[in-house]
Every structure is written in structure tokens, then in C-alpha cells.
Ligand binder design. Sequence first.
Ligand code: ADP
Length: 347
Amino acid sequence: MATRLVMCPHCGNTISIEEKPVDKIYLICPKCGKKGVVRFKHKETKDSIILVRGLTKYYNNHRAVSDVSFSVKRGEIFGFLGPNGAGKTTTIKALLGLIHINEGEIEINGFNIRRKEKEAKRYVGYLPERVAFYGNLTALQNLYFYADMRGSNREECKALLEEFGLGEHANKKVSGFSKGMLQRLGMARAILGNPSVLILDEPTGGLDPRGVVLIRNKIKELNKKGATLFVSSHVLSEVQAICDRVGIINRGVLVAEDSVSKLSNRLNLKPKMVVDLDKSSDTIVDAVRMVEGVDKVHVYGRRIEVICDAPSKVKVVLAVVNAGGNILNITTEEPSLEEVFIRYTGG
Ligand code: ADP
């Protein structure tokens, strides 16, 4: 893990600390023994479409979100992760100006959500965690209602229902819809008017596997067409498959913000190589163990699993061949987001 030097604000002593992708850390100076806070300046780029600086939200005396800063770049899919109660929904509600925040600044498309709420939300589509519709109206009537509210064209409503597999239910009352159908209708509503920013709170929650694939493909398609997506999810494999970068929040504090591969590197997580042989032997296994950069070797019959640095993968293959091994197949599994998530959220 990279280290960086900071100066004690009390005595000027230089302290070496492990670099962590968080907003701030608390330190006790080993020289003067005084406590201090080190703040890391959050990297903002000109192409950030969502900017959150120092967001803090209390519910009564309970601090739900604490000094959170992050940014989402134009055109990316950003995954927002955290255990239950971590502060995801609170952050999303703050992004949309739906709750009063105690501290911090939020900008969408360059507009401050508190001072220029209408402008900030003009190009934003939102899928809440719990979608709600008018039960006594049909799916189409509901979409017409929201299209009118948004000032967007009613004509796209029918096509959107078809796209989300609800074409044959367009004229049925929503009160009879299953949770999965409501979720798909919620997605159709979110993308009414073709917004450039989509904020989706658990978009695949309550969907069957076909619905999950439909929504996942839709997210990718919208992104290809230029939309920026902010997706909160607890399905980590899905986030790993679709997101360019992730933010991880734990107990109200943002503990990580980066691409999964960079977070894995920072945690020193290594890929796993699976080598299938026609016959294994102690000589082959010992040769693999001797390769520089190899951390662990597990043998399962004719299969050898090797945890090693990415540059050592070729050396492992050569070691197997030089020791007389006949390789039938090789696969590599990159460190999973699960591992990253567990390490950053403390299990
Ligand atoms: P997540 O979406 O990650 O599950 P939330 O943002 O819903 O987390 O909640 C963060 C914390 O704030 C939790 O401790 C939760 O109990 C608390 N909280 C959320 N909403 C309210 C509320 N309306 N009143 C009081 N506490 C709340």
C-alpha cells in the first residue's frame, strides 16, 4: 500500500501514513501525542457531472452521512455500494434535493442542488428504491402523467412500455402489478425524456433473472448513448460487471472511490490463475512455488490454483512446462469486488 508523509499541525513532526481513499483520517502524533485530523483533498475533474463535497446529514442526533465527498465523471457508470444502513439512500436523497442536509455542497451539471434545484434536476432521471405509482391508473396513464409533469413527449410512453416488456400490460391498472413489473415501470419512468444523468437506487431489486438481464443491458445501452449512471446496488458481481468506478460507503463514511482494479491493487489483492494439467507432480508444484511473485499454491488433483502477481503469470506457465507439465487449460480470475468490499467495510 502506498505511503505518504503528513506534517503534525501541533509540533511539525513528519508522520508516514498509509494512503487510503478516504476524505480524512484521525491521527495521534507519535512525537507530541496530540490528536489531529488529516484531510485529503478530493480529486475533482472538469468532466465531473455529479459533485459532492463534505456532505453531512443528521437524523435527530444520529449522523447518517459524515463529510462525504466524491465525483461522478460525465459518461461513466458509477456504482455506489455499502452495507444496509451505510447511508446510500440518504446520499441519493441528498443528491436529488429531497432532504435537508446539514453540511456540504452538491452540484449536478454545474448547478447547485440547493440554490438551483430546478436546473440541477432538469436532466436527471431517478429510480427510487421503492417505486410507487397510482394504482387505479393504468401503466400507460401513469407514464402519461409523468411525461406531462416533465414536459416530455407522450409519444415515447408506449415505446418505453414495450422496451421494458410491459407492452401487453399497458392498459392494465398498476394495482395488479407484481414487484418486478413495478420495477420495470419505474425504469421506464426514470428514462422518460431521455435524461443525461440517471440515478438508480437498487435497479434490479425484486426482479427475476430475465428482468435483471433486461435492466443490466438497458443500463449499458443508455451509457453507450451517452448517459451518466449512478447506480446503488448490493449485487456486487453485477456492479463489477457494469461499473467503471465504485464508491464504497460504510457507517456514513466514504471509505473508497476508484475503479475495482485500482482498489484491488491498493489492497494488494492478486489474481488467481487456474492451471489444468493432464498429470500433476510434486516437481511441477515445487517449480511453481519457487516462482517469484507467487503467493499461494493449492493443488486439487490435476488442477493447480496459483495466487500471484499479474506479471508472474507467464513465469508460472514456463515453470510448469519446464518441469515437464502438459497444460490442458488456463484461466485467470481477477480479484472480486466482494473481496474489495469486505476489506473496506471490515467484513
Ligand atoms: P442505506 O441506504 O445504506 O441502507 P440509509 O441512508 O437508509 O442507509 O440510512 C443511513 C442511516 O440513517 C441508518 O442508520 C438509518 O437508520 C438512518 N436513517 C435513515 N433514514 C432515517 C430517517 N428518516 N430518520 C431517522 N434515521 C434515519
